[in-house]
Ligand binder design. Sequence first.
Ligand code: UTP
Length: 320
Amino acid sequence: MARMIASYSTATPAGPRTVRKAVVPAAGLGTRFLPATKATPKEMLPVVDKPAVQYVVEEAAAAGLDDILMVTGRHKRAIEDHFDHAFELEQALASKGDTVRLDAVRDPARLAAIHHIRQGDPLGLGHAVLCARHHVGNQPFAVLLGDDLIDPRETLLSRMLEVRERYAGSVVALTEVAPEQVHLYGCAAVEPVGEEGVVRVTGLVEKPAREAAPSRYAVIGRYVLDPAVFDVLERTPPGRGGEIQLTDALQDLATDGTVHGVVFDGLRYDTGDKADYLRTVVRLACARPDLGPGFADWLREFVRELEDGARGTRKGRRAA
Ligand code: UTP
């Protein structure tokens, strides 16, 4: 188990932590990745040799969250199976004495207490979070989007949990994006709190036009939420795209000054986007001690070939 988790840095909190539960919404339709996601959840697409959502669960576990609720939908059985035991496979590997693969098969079920709930219809991220209300209860909790991967070398979630301990309320993760990209994200109006890398969020707009964006701070898929969000979500009407938007509920909370943002400038990948998915696989493959050196050599050769091709001086070299 340590082999798999060790890639995520653990940051043990100084005192007892109030946040123990994480919610992983993974019930979206994944239309941007069709046709691969016709019968396979996008969260199950492999990133090197693990499904994307396993990195997300490993990140939560590494931050000390030991109770994880996956919000899934129809066609998402594979996610439930992945975090369950696979007796036949385990027996076959055990009888061969293949302990390395046996550990790899067992690891997902050992990361935390993992629960599942069905969203029914994918009525939006806000609705997916609301589905977790009964399980979460009246405690603050983390939300990690199942297709949003933070590089295992980063410690964003631990920083957010620590900010929640000091400021209470809710905490969102913000990253600065180019002006032409703000329309793809929830965008935050912010003011300083006198602390490096932490801001107060004074307003939020879902996918604004470039001219209407209050800043270049985009909300990315990590949240630590106060349970007050549930009451707000209950009365949040469908917004953009006819979906119940988490951003709209957070906008409501932000007017009370209870939402803070942790600014993140590290590595993050949207594995629900085809191009970003490819970048994720390449980056994480290069970082792997077992695969990285050989793969990076091949990649260098391949890039040289591309450059030669672009210059029209290709000498028939093939990066096989
Ligand atoms: P996305 O907007 O990226 O998911 O939602 P999507 O709708 O599946 O993607 P496309 O645009 O059709 O490709 C962000 C996260 O919220 C979850 C998704 O599974 C994803 O992890 N989500 C979204 C839900 O769980 N339920 C929903 O109703 C919507």
